[in-house]
Design a binder for this molecule. Sequence first.
Ligand code: SAM
Ligand code: SF4
Length: 329
Amino acid sequence: MRVVDYLRISLIDRCNFNCLYCMPEGAEIDYILKQNLLRDEELLALIRDVFIPVGFRRFRFTGGEPLLRKGVVELVRRVSAFPETQDLAMTTNGFLLAPMAEDLYRAGLRRINISLDSLNPDTFDLIAGKQGRSRWPQVWAGIQAAHRAGFDPLKLNVVVIPGVNDSEVLDLAALTVDRHWHVRFIEFMPIGNSQMFAGCGWVPSAELRQKIRDAMGLVESRVTGAGPADVFQIPGALGTLGFISQMSECFCDRCNRMRLSADGWLRPCLLNETGQLDLKTALRAGASPAELREKVRQLLAIKPEINFKQRDSGTATGTYTRTMSQIGG
Ligand code: SAM
Ligand code: SF4
């Protein structure tokens, strides 16, 4: 039976980038007011007294950009110190990572996913938005610092966008040949970017695999993750290639996660808000841990009936208007 034991925690909905596919510049976003963000103590209490007792064991900090959250290293230290925590990971754009990588590792973070959509600084800036100097060198320095600090696996996330970075797929895949890195190609999703999506569409993972297979060979990897990626390898490569195909395949029946937004909403699915819980308001109104646990258990019980597909039949509420940075990708 599928066990839902993985919680993705958005630490903040703000970001220092404006990725075209996530929060394009000028997008009207209702940012969470500071007083509505879960405070550190509230988040830690929810993890310790609610999520761990109902069975969550694996946690990932995401955002927005999680490294913008003040005190993030201390949060890592405290969550990794819970004896029940089996895994603590982070997804970041890497821009602030270089000076923090070692502290994060020492605090107990062991797995990190860094978004890297291009090896070409101009293309990178086109995607992530530019502020004066190119931001690519600083992100690359963050990746190198994470590598030196000992993060393993070190995963690089690539959202493939036709006409923008799809021509770089072979170069990005080649990063895994002599490095113990995992490059994961993610199908572009229409979340908060409908205009762009309508203009350029998306590339199915099967097409990418064929391209890589033809050029470099590709075999199924013996390393398979518990997550949504199908994992392959270039023959003889040290690292692996993952393909996350949420557009071309439905992997809802293997979904083992829930999502906690920075303002304390617990969502059962990326694209479907059915049954979502406002834990922060309940907590601040004085709900006891036992009451909150009961609410979370009830949501866990209906989770198998909730999936991506329902967004199309109108049972999900307004999900598409939110950006990935708000949901906590
Ligand atoms: N800021 C961090 C980062 O970029 O890694 C963490 C948050 S971001 C929302 C988490 C992941 O969602 C990133 O890997 C990003 O590439 C992915 N993402 C954002 N928008 C997406 C979209 N429209 N389609 C597919 N993936 C998307
Ligand atoms: Fe920021 Fe990550 Fe979204 Fe890019 S993908 S805008 S880095 S939250």
